[in-house]
Design a protein around this ligand. Structure first.
Ligand SMILES: [Mg+2]
Length: 289
């Protein structure tokens, strides 16, 4: 069986829902703010300081992965905190790749701000174009975003049937653009968006911001710095399956960004080719490749 056929044999939605429910229970368990703020003292595979809640959330996802592997599925997991872990698959051979951010926006979770999400992407190859299934559960509003490649996107299990409409103000600028940047030193690039967008929103979680494009709640999304695959892999499929457009401008092939742990390229999403082109010109220094 080919890797792409193997991906389709698994109930990924069910596995993701069980992981999301377990994480939600952890997040809703009564705890003091100092417990919420506790750190494990390690640095995750993605380079952030690992919070206790990140580590516990990752354990919940890996419990599902252990179960899938015990049932006979071989794959490679790429996770924000634990890094790249083979589950019976050879990383050098074609394999199923599961790309996980147990909590995207964990600083929001830590501080009690609403948007923070589980993000899981399942791929049959090494790049964004190869993502076959994407799942994002936003714990703030309790929204579930999912997509299978070629089958459209769903919100809370219902297909997003209407292609999201781009809204522009009278002067031609996008009405609302989501931007993401954890570091204020990158925010000056938002100033370069003045000719492109009329209003900005910063939610604090790349996966969640991208999903807002899928529903047409914003007219585009741009990360103002290079993002990692764990943050964007699932949501970029959800946007594309909803009828939107996504690019990783550091790569000649717009979906050529690899599914690894390095921050390679900004991610941009839009609802029209012209808006995507406008967002592509905002300069972000590209990582050496
Ligand atoms: Mg995270």
């Amino acid at each position: 069986m080919s890797v792409s056929q193997t991906v389709r044999t698994v109930d990924w939605l069910g596995a993701c829902r069980r992981a999301a429910a377990a994480i939600r229970a952890q997040l809703e368990a009564p705890q003091t703010s100092s417990e919420r703020l506790a750190e494990t003292g390690t640095i995750g595979g993605g380079g952030d300081r690992t919070l206790v809640l990140d580590a516990a959330a990752e354990d919940a996802v890996f419990a599902e992965l252990d179960r899938l592997h015990a049932d006979g599925l071989d794959f490679v997991a790429v996770s924000e905190e634990r890094g790249e872990i083979p589950f019976g698959a050879e990383p050098d051979e074609p394999h199923v790749r599961v790309v996980i951010d147990p909590i995207d926006g964990s600083l929001n979770a830590k501080r009690g701000l609403p948007h923070h999400a589980l993000s899981i992407a399942v791929a049959d190859g090494p790049t964004m174009a190869d993502v076959a299934f994407g799942y994002v559960f936003d714990f703030g509003p309790g929204e579930e975003w999912s997509a299978w490649r070629g089958e459209g996107a769903c919100l809370d299990g219902e297909p997003l049937r209407e292609r999201p409409m781009e809204r522009r103000s009278a002067d031609g600028r996008l009405e609302m653009l989501a931007v993401e940047s954890a570091d204020p030193r990158h925010l000056h690039r938002a100033g370069d968006m003045a000719d492109v967008a009329r209003r900005l929103r910063v939610l604090g979680a790349i996966a969640v911001s991208l999903c807002q494009v899928a529903a047409g709640r914003v007219d585009g999304m741009a990360s103002l710095w290079r993002c990692r695959a764990v943050d964007a892999a699932a949501a970029q499929l959800i946007v594309r399956e909803a009828g939107g457009l996504v690019a990783f401008p550091a790569f000649d092939d717009p979906l050529g960004a690899p599914l690894d742990l390095e921050p390679h390229s900004p991610v941009i999403a839009a609802l029209s080719e012209s808006a995507l082109a406008q967002l592509s010109v905002v300069p972000v220094p590209l990582a050496p490749r």
